[in-house]
Design a protein around this ligand. Structure first.
Ligand SMILES: Cc1cc2nc3c(=O)[nH]c(=O)nc-3n(C[C@H](O)[C@H](O)[C@H](O)COP(=O)(O)OP(=O)(O)OC[C@H]3O[C@@H](n4cnc5c(N)ncnc54)[C@H](O)[C@@H]3O)c2cc1C
Length: 424
């Protein structure tokens, strides 16, 4: 394989993972990123830190459309739609509802996500080792918690699909659940412990370290924004930035929610919407949380991070430029106080911080990984929605395996289900 000169647009978890993996394969990598890699501007900074091989169910499942009016009205619910953004979101929403309209469609999506995520903890173990970041990853499992067994049974189809894909878990209740999750009050809860799951205790620092390691492996980091693609008919030849033009053999777009703007220039319609999420960090929560918990009714990740207890979740469909609605973050805190009564003390909330970020989401819940169908030399690795941290390591592997093949009509690899073609 002859080394290529590759320009990467954006150093979130996906761009940084690709930069490191490509640089280690001997490619000449140049990363363009106007902000500090892993900083709070990016989705990769504030996520829940979960690296779960069980995250294979898309958001859209049969019957969802019936629930949408309720989502519009419930100020505390885990999913909401900003009414003012509804007209611009309608085409995406239509595709979103259709993508999950039958369980057969959901199964196909789950199979594809399984190929992307089945070995995510191991893939990250390797990346973290290269990046001197092994201490940020914890291979101690993940815990989903249901308020009672009937709630778990109501979710039976999701767990059956996981089982069909080889995901295994252990059901815990009573003393066994208490031992695993001492912060939960004694009640009828049912825990679903996923021993294969891993988590990251500082996602922003992880991205920063991946970029430093990429630079050690020979990549360049240029602190500048990419404004446009440099093109000849049918071909992408470089990038135009604040600092001038840069010619490359390949351009890889990993710009999160900003990816569609550059894709449009190449004639590619990337249907990404921002599924905005929020987090609250409690530096003095005082909770014993040996493994992260996801309470099913709050649909949020409760993870002990370097900054404190992070409550990360909520899905708010709204235009990327709409201001944050901090009531969504407050809903996370309110839910946590119900889940862990010990939090219901004011001094525990000292120094609390809040954050909002954009999950770059496709309607079918699969990222776009692979070459542009219209523009030779242009590649995408974006749209990772809810699983960008978990999926970044294998995404980087696939990009590295595929990017040196000729672009248009490249033989589909394992990533064929993620091609732009499926979205046409
Ligand atoms: C609340 C919340 C909880 C989550 N929890 C989890 C979880 O537990 N596990 C999980 O796997 N995923 C989780 N996610 C999803 C995950 O965070 C995202 O899928 C992932 O961070 C997307 O990474 P990215 O690199 O594609 O985008 P980003 O992290 O947004 O990075 C994109 C980068 O591109 C740069 N950029 C943009 N435009 C340009 C340009 N023109 N020129 C140069 N650079 C540019 C930006 O500055 C940015 O640094 C969560 C997300 C949220 C919001």
């Amino acid at each position: 394989m002859s080394p290529l000169r590759i320009g990467i647009v954006g150093a979130g978890i996906v761009g940084a993972s690709c930069a490191l993996t490509l640089a280690r394969e001997g490619h000449q990598v140049i990363v363009f990123e106007p902000e500090v890699p892993g900083g709070p501007h990016a989705a990769s900074h504030g996520n829940g830190g979960w690296i779960s091989p069980a995250s294979i169910l898309p958001m859209s499942t049969p019957g969802l459309w019936r629930k949408i009016p309720g989502y519009l009205l419930d100020p505390q619910g885990p999913l909401t739609l900003r009414a003012s953004s509804l007209p611009s979101l309608l085409p995406w929403l239509w595709r979103f509802v259709r993508a999950g309209s039958t369980w057969d469609k959901v199964r196909l999506t789950a199979s594809a996500l399984h190929r992307l995520l089945h070995d995510a903890p191991d893939r990250h173990r390797e990346l973290a080792h290269w990046a001197n970041a092994s201490h940020l990853l914890h291979h101690t499992g993940l815990l989903y918690v249901y308020p009672h067994r009937p709630a778990f049974e109501a979710d039976a189809m999701a767990w059956q699909i996981r089982r069909e894909h080889g995901v295994s878990w252990v059901e815990l209740s009573g003393d066994a659940l208490q031992a695993r999750a001492p912060a939960l009050p004694r009640a009828d809860q049912l825990g679903v412990w996923l021993p294969s799951g891993a988590w990251c205790s500082d996602p922003g620092e992880y991205v920063r370290r991946l970029m430093v390691a990429a630079q050690r492996a020979g990549a360049q980091l240029r602190h500048t924004r990419v404004h446009a693609l440099q093109r000849q008919p049918g071909r992408c030849t470089g990038l135009l930035t604040d600092q001038g033009a840069c010619s490359v053999d390949r351009v890889l777009i990993t710009a999160g929610i900003d990816s569609p703007r550059l894709a449009r220039e190449a004639g590619d319609a990337l249907p990404l919407a921002s599924e905005r999420g929020y987090h609250v960090v409690l530096p003095h929560a005082g909770l014993e949380l040996p493994v992260p918990i996801m309470p099913s009714d709050g649909r949020m990740a409760n993870t002990l991070t370097a900054q404190g207890l992070r409550l990360a979740g909520q899905v708010e469909l709204a235009h990327p430029s709409a201001p944050p609605n901090w009531a969504r973050a407050d809903a996370l805190l309110a839910h946590a106080r119900r889940t862990y009564p010990v939090l219901d003390q004011d001094e525990r909330r000292r120094g609390t911080t809040r954050w909002m970020g954009h999950r770059p989401s496709t309607p079918d819940g699969l990222p776009v990984i692979g070459p542009s169908p219209h523009c030779e030399g242009l590649w995408y690795a974006c749209g990772h929605g809810h699983v960008g941290l978990a999926a970044a390591a294998r995404t980087a592997l696939w990009v590295t395996q595929g990017i040196s093949a000729p672009n248009i009509g490249a033989p589909a690899g394992e990533w064929q289900d993620f091609s732009m073609g499926r979205l046409a």
